[in-house]
Design a protein around this ligand. Structure first.
Ligand code: MG
Length: 262
């Protein structure tokens, strides 16, 4: 487990084109009740907010998730980054894994998902990125929307109409992902850009949350208007209360204000 950055109650960034974005955030991770080691890692510092869920024998998974968030954290303090910087960070993280864990073993890997503050056509934008089955959600006006699509066997079964979304959560292969960062392969993130708007709440989480709480349950802990730290804490406690079968990591980011140059 590697934790980079922590909470911030009011952080203002001035973007290159003159807009300002004010946000607050909080991150919490917990080993859970069943696992001996926490192989989740996160980075929670502007402009990057990301969660990585490592996998692999011995310390390999822990190293893999740490490598990804450490590389992403190297952009800390920049006002904005773009998809080339995210691509570079993930590629370097795979090189770190290959160098340290060794190329002769089965290797290690990790999921990664998150948001980075960027600019698209001169407007502030969140660049949402994902590899694996950790997730990003957005809450706007009380409506919770999953922004990422899992790279998993059960997602493929859902897409093919062979099982329902509800069945996916309890499917015996629900832990099998079809894309990862690591295993000696070039990482291939999915990207999408969304507007940076005041009143938006973003949730970035590992599957230790989404395997224990339905989207209805997740929404319940996000809608009350509590501060990010409280919402993150309540989500983790709920996941632990429902079994805590996996490491659980929760990162909540609120956009408080956006101003544009006159
Ligand atoms: Mg997990």
């Amino acid at each position: 487990m590697t934790q980079i950055g922590s909470g911030n109650v009011r952080h203002r960034v001035t973007l290159p084109d003159g807009a300002t974005v004010t946000m607050s955030w909080a991150a919490i991770t917990d080993t859970g009740h069943r696992r001996e080691v926490n192989e989740d890692s996160y980075v929670a510092q502007a402009p990057v907010f990301a969660v990585a869920d490592g996998m692999g024998g011995h310390a390999a998974g822990d190293f893999a998730s740490a490598a990804v968030v450490t590389r992403l954290a190297e952009y800390g303090g920049r006002p904005v980054i773009g998809t080339p910087e995210i691509d570079d960070a993930l590629r370097l993280a795979v090189q770190d894994m290959d160098r340290v864990v060794g190329v002769t073993d089965e290797g290690s890997g990790t999921t990664v998902t998150g948001v980075a503050l960027g600019e698209v056509a001169g407007e502030p934008a969140w660049l949402v990125f994902n590899i694996g089955d950790s997730r990003v959600y957005r809450l706007v006006g009380g409506v919770l929307e999953q922004l990422t699509v899992d790279h998993s066997v059960v997602q493929e079964l859902v897409d093919a109409g062979q099982i329902t979304r509800d069945e996916a959560d309890t499917h015996p292969h629900s832990n099998v992902i079809t894309r990862a960062v690591g295993f000696h392969e070039a990482p291939v993130p999915d990207y999408r850009a969304i507007a940076v708007e005041p009143g938006t709440r973003l949730l970035i989480c590992s599957d230790g949350l989404t395997k224990e709480l339905t989207s209805y349950g997740i929404r319940h802990f996000l809608v009350g208007g509590q501060k990010p730290e409280r919402a993150a804490h309540d989500l983790v406690e709920a996941a632990l209360g429902n079994g805590g079968r996996d490491n659980v990591t929760v990162l909540v980011v609120d956009v408080l204000a956006v101003t544009r140059p006159a």
